[in-house]
Design a protein around this ligand. Structure first.
Ligand SMILES: Nc1nc2c(ncn2[C@@H]2O[C@H](COP(=O)(O)OP(=O)(O)OP(=O)(O)O)[C@@H](O)[C@H]2O)c(=O)[nH]1
Ligand SMILES: [Mg+2]
Length: 207
């Protein structure tokens, strides 16, 4: 780290960096989501299936995110675990219209949650129930039921319905991620059929 970097860090001018792993099955929309979160002049026009992984960056108001955008294709999924130790947050993307492969998404999520590098850490997980614009898409509440998210008791998590093409729902997710990475306390609450997580940041309720 250079002197200027160190100085700006000390003065609080430099945004804290968070390493994020972006996981989920192929075609779920991971790269489309990450691309949409970048400044418009840095966005690609053509999104192609990811080979291996790509490293991308985007910023929120107080954090700088470095994202490992992993390929979700079966033959590359065994790469994911090599990056678990570096991950400080996870974005897990689900194609809400792909009912057939929801069970595969659940298997991959369960494998992730039981991995020794993840199991005992309070690493936050942001789920995007993506492709909400498609006719066959199920609701985010249904996605959380199909993935049994209520069983995740030891990690802060949040699910957002999203349409990555239009960019809808993405900011809500980033706001949650920022809040959880800068907060001291997380409160879980479950009301009726709506599952949500309430974050407390500087003593204020955020969600
Ligand atoms: N209708 C719709 N299509 C989407 C949405 N998000 C992504 N797509 C499309 O889904 C396809 C796959 O998107 P990607 O972002 O490449 O998916 P990925 O998860 O990165 O896939 P891999 O890199 O193979 O793991 C592309 O054709 C996208 O345009 C969405 O919210 N709605
Ligand atoms: Mg991709």
């Amino acid at each position: 780290m250079g002197l200027l970097d160190r100085l700006s860090g000390l003065l609080g001018l430099k945004k804290k960096e968070v390493h994020v792993l972006c996981l989920g099955l192929d075609n779920s929309g991971k790269t489309t989501i990450i691309n949409k979160l970048k400044p418009s002049n840095a966005q690609s026009q053509d999104i192609v299936p990811t080979i291996g992984f790509n490293i991308e960056k985007f910023k929120s108001s107080s954090l700088s995110f470095t994202v490992f955008d992993m390929s979700g294709q079966g033959r590359y999924r065994n790469l994911w675990e090599h990056y678990y130790k570096e991950g400080q947050a996870i974005i897990f993307v689900i194609d809400s219209s792909d009912r057939l492969r929801m069970v595969v998404a659940k298997e991959e999520l369960d494998t992730l949650l039981n991995h020794p590098d993840i199991k005992h850490r309070r690493i936050p997980i942001l789920f995007f129930a993506n492709k909400m614009d498609l006719r066959d898409a199920v609701t985010s509440v249904k996605v959380s039921q199909l993935l049994c998210l209520e069983n995740i008791k030891d990690k802060p998590w949040h699910i957002c319905a999203s349409d990555a093409i239009k960019g809808e729902g993405l900011q809500e997710g980033v706001d949650w991620l920022q809040a959880v990475k800068t907060s001291n306390a997380i409160l879980y609450c479950k009301t009726g059929s709506c599952i949500c997580i309430t974050s407390v940041f500087n003593g204020e309720m955020l969600l």
